[in-house]
Design a protein around this ligand. Structure first.
Ligand code: ADP
Length: 453
């Protein structure tokens, strides 16, 4: 882990008064930082060993509801505690908040102190351990796309989410002039995250009005998931500090391009890229080919982890740079899987399916499980597709949350890799979203049918 603060340094900064608050957090099913704000003195005085939280936090939804149907917890079982065990190797400063540090926790069973298997951090750890057992290190990078709005979260919410005016008036893809006007938000995002120890590469304008992208340098998978979670949180907080809202909703308007979170992947061995083979026409090793064949074969199984909400599926539209098909291609942004850095040591596969709403721990756990299955089964990679991959209707990405839930629930591969309890837990989470959406009357139905139905 890429800590910027040792425990000893924290102790002395708390004693000296430059840090007074420690955010003790874990990453929940939705990818959010959840936890408590500790007084620095209490944290270094003993709370660093463990603290506790209600176990509904890994069986809830974005509204903090208490949906039924989870085996892990319920009203019947009394919604007891989990242990939050700080992983001190994740300690870092939070430079955009005064006098504040942050630590991430593992979530443990209250009685046995075993890791809770459906906790996102435990799920990714488990797949990374499987890759490491084969002698490889998974190196990943996630891209964060989001939209910035003129107004702040509170004002937009109080207005019923009607006044959604993006921060810019035109498509700002790679646009230096327009992004200069957004530097009061984007510059502190880059600089504060850098200071917090995240290897920030760059930000850029994206291909829609008000759309932004943040790139972070590739790193071991657990670090990348941590960077992503902290960066997403920071983007919302820093935008809020500047009076704006930042949304990671993948499709906030049907006529606008959506936001994605592409995942770049490569396996390394002894500090060298194991996906590279200079004798191959495209520079791909056999290992890479079977890993990619696994990614493709099992894409429907782990689509839920890349697209966990009803809204996620509205992003997959032809001609928007979002993919529609489970197909690979060479440096081609119309495909679900894009080969990048071909012929070079930077060779990697970019999965373009995940939306900006993905939980990086879950998405990467699903991808690694699929890639490993490809290696273990010795799968052969079909030749790359060329041209406009939007043309064609084979290998479609599951079309909605229901289809993704069915594929997840029926996945023998994921059941073997993650455990039945974990798969059943997340299949239930998908159902909860579907049930809630079926219950609620939307603006669209009212506008369409109020007078004319
Ligand atoms: P793009 O063509 O998508 O703009 P970039 O050059 O910006 O590609 O790289 C996108 C991401 O890929 C960056 O976050 C970078 O750190 C990451 N990346 C580069 N090399 C590798 C690699 N070998 N494995 C995984 N990710 C990588």
């Amino acid at each position: 882990m890429n800590s910027t603060l040792t425990f000893k340094e924290l102790e002395s900064q708390v004693a000296g008064g430059s840090i007074d608050t420690v955010l003790v957090c874990f990453v929940d099913m939705q990818g959010r930082l959840m936890g408590k704000r500790f007084h620095g003195g209490h944290f270094v005085g003993g709370a660093w060993e463990e603290t506790h939280c209600c176990n509904y936090l890994l069986a809830t939804d974005l509204e903090m509801g208490t949906p039924d149907g989870y085996a892990s917890t319920s009203w019947e079982r009394g919604y007891g505690d989990y242990v939050m065990k700080p992983d001190l190797s994740t300690l870092r400063l939070v430079p955009w908040l005064e006098g504040t540090a942050l630590v991430l926790c593992d979530v443990l069973d209250h009685h046995t102190h075993a890791e809770v298997p459906h906790s996102p951090r435990a799920m990714l750890k488990r797949q990374v351990a499987r890759v490491r057992a084969l002698g490889f290190e998974p190196m990943m990078a996630t891209e964060l796309e989001f939209f910035l709005f003129e107004k702040g979260f509170d004002e937009i919410r109080k207005g019923g989410f009607q006044d959604l005016t993006p921060i810019s008036g035109y498509n700002e893809d790679y646009h230096i002039l327009q992004t200069t006007k957004e530097e009061h938000v984007m510059r502190p995002i880059r600089n504060h995250l850098w200071e917090a120890g995240l290897p920030i590469e760059c930000t850029k304008g994206e291909a829609e009005t008000g759309q932004e992208e943040l790139n972070i340098k590739y790193a071991p998978a657990m670090d990348t998931a941590e960077y992503h979670s902290i960066a997403k949180h920071a983007i919302k907080e820093i935008a809020w500090q500047q009076g704006h809202a930042a949304t990671f909703l993948p499709k906030w308007h049907h006529d606008k391009v959506g936001s994605s979170s592409h995942v770049h992947q490569s396996l390394w061995a002894d500090g060298k890229p194991a996906f590279h083979d200079s004798d191959d026409a495209l520079g791909m090793s056999d290992l890479m080919k079977s890993y990619m064949a696994g990614l493709l074969k099992y894409a429907p199984d782990y689509t839920y982890f890349m697209a966990p909400y009803i809204n996620s599926y509205k992003r997959f539209m032809k001609g928007t740079f979002a993919p529609t098909r489970i197909i690979w291609s060479v440096d081609n942004r119309t495909a679900g899987y894009r080969l990048c850095g071909e012929g070079s040591k930077a060779i990697r596969v970019e999965c373009r399916i995940p939306g900006s709403d993905m939980n990086p721990y879950l998405a990467m756990a699903g991808m690694l499980a699929a890639g490993l299955a490809g290696i273990e089964e010795g799968l052969e990679l079909q030749p790359a597709t060329v041209g406009d991959v939007y043309q064609g209707d084979t290998g479609l990405i599951p079309g909605d949350l229901g289809a993704a839930r069915t594929a997840l629930h029926g996945s023998d591969m994921l059941r073997a890799a993650m455990g039945d309890d974990v798969v059943d837990h997340y299949a239930r989470a998908a159902e909860v979203e579907i049930e809630e959406f079926a219950r609620v009357v939307t603006d669209w139905e009212v506008a369409r049918g109020f007078e004319r139905a």
